[in-house]
Write a new protein. Structure first.
Length: 375
């Protein structure tokens, strides 16, 4: 059996090696390493895939979130609501801009934003909501958008883990993750469902005026060369990464399907284990399984984590510590009763290997090892 990887990027590369190598050589031959034609081509191709008017590439997913907040013209002290159970990038940009992060609980089953907690957290100072489409499926965007409209609040979707996922509205219409709010953001970190071979990110919007602001801020605040309308930052997707993404984009739906097939195998294997809860797929969103995350409810998550490592099965705990208890983000007046689900999840979650090159023999070994341990 081939060595099990948490994320097997090499096998994915070898499958399309000739195309990837050619895409890199194209840029080397052209030597337009920054803002080359490959960036424009990728921008247009991703707009077509997402069915969104504007894609604005940038340097990474964290910058995408920061630029989005900057473009909305928020001021220090304005409140931005996001979830407590997520990667730190979502909240660090809020703090860096002098805004006030308001961390709320998530749903126990989907790991996504809790709508009741969101409704309670909205105040007259709330200017934006940042739902995180965690692990590969959309938060309840219809409910979020309804609340945002009612209170005239912007919505910035953090789609770093769910590119390609689709949301189903009550009227049957569908939209891709990242295309429903005021702005959508994503990361092209190598391990993402659509990843480059370095850092990269992008923003999406259907607002023409906002697209101009996002583009300008990401390029030093320039509206045209050497004319600075606003204070910006330097955050650009380089041409090599853009062309790698161009090469991989036609495979994104295939990659997501492979992840879903692996998740189905895991789900079936774990059906009858009382102390184990498999990922829940919402009725309003499909799941593209950036992570396959279990809940271990018998208090033995940490023991299983160590046992799997001893069996050479990589695994990870996303996330071990709530943001509201982290030194950098601890809220001065916090009530642990507001974070019941998050506090439970950090004690239970464990993520298994999930990528596009998982083989049947590997899946069988992983599941049998877990079943042997838990039964």
């Amino acid at each position: 059996m081939k060595k099990i990887q948490m994320v097997d990027l090499k096998s994915q590369y070898l499958d399309i090696k000739e195309d990837i190598d050619y895409s890199i050589q194209q840029v080397l031959d052209h030597t337009s390493f920054i803002n080359g034609p490959q960036v424009t081509t990728f921008k247009k191709n991703l707009e077509d895939y997402l069915q969104v008017k504007h894609v604005i590439p940038c340097g990474n997913g964290t910058d995408a979130l920061q630029i989005s907040l900057m473009a909305l013209g928020l001021r220090p002290g304005d409140e931005v609501i996001t979830v407590d159970f997520t990667f730190a990038a979502t909240v660090e940009v809020i703090k860096l801009l002098g805004l006030t992060p308001v961390l709320i609980d998530v749903e126990i089953d989907s790991f996504n934003m809790n709508i009741s907690a969101l409704e309670r957290a909205i105040t007259p100072n709330t200017k934006a909501i940042v739902p995180v489409h965690l692990f590969g499926q959309c938060a309840n965007m219809e409910a979020i958008l309804n609340l945002a409209k009612k209170h005239r609040i912007h919505v910035i979707e953090d789609t770093a883990q769910a590119l390609g996922a689709e949301y189903i509205f009550e009227d049957g219409t569908t939209k891709k993750a990242g295309t429903m709010g005021t702005i959508g953001t994503t990361s092209f970190f190598p391990s993402k469902n659509l990843g480059c071979y370095g850092d990269g990110g992008a923003m999406f919007t259907n607002d023409d005026e906002l697209a101009v602001k996002l583009k300008g801020i990401s390029n030093h605040g320039m509206s045209q060369k050497y004319y600075y309308d606003v204070v910006g930052i330097n955050s650009r997707l380089d041409s090599i990464q853009a062309n790698i993404l161009n090469t991989k984009l036609p495979y994104l739906n295939i990659y997501n399907k492979k992840r879903q097939q692996a998740a189905t195998f895991y789900n079936r294997a774990f059906t009858d284990i009382d102390s184990l809860i498999t990922p829940t797929t919402s009725t309003f969103s499909n799941h593209v399984f950036h992570q396959y995350t279990l809940r271990i409810t018998n208090g033995k998550r940490d023991e299983l984590h160590e046992y799997l490592k001893s069996q050479n099965i990589p695994n990870a705990i996303y996330y071990p510590v709530p943001l509201h208890t982290q030194k950098a983000y601890a809220q001065e007046y916090r009530d642990e009763g507001n974070y019941i689900n998050t506090n439970t999840l950090v004690q239970q979650v464990i993520s298994l290997p999930m990528h596009t090159a998982l083989e049947l023999e590997q899946l069988e070994f992983i599941t049998k090892t877990i079943l042997t341990y838990l039964k």
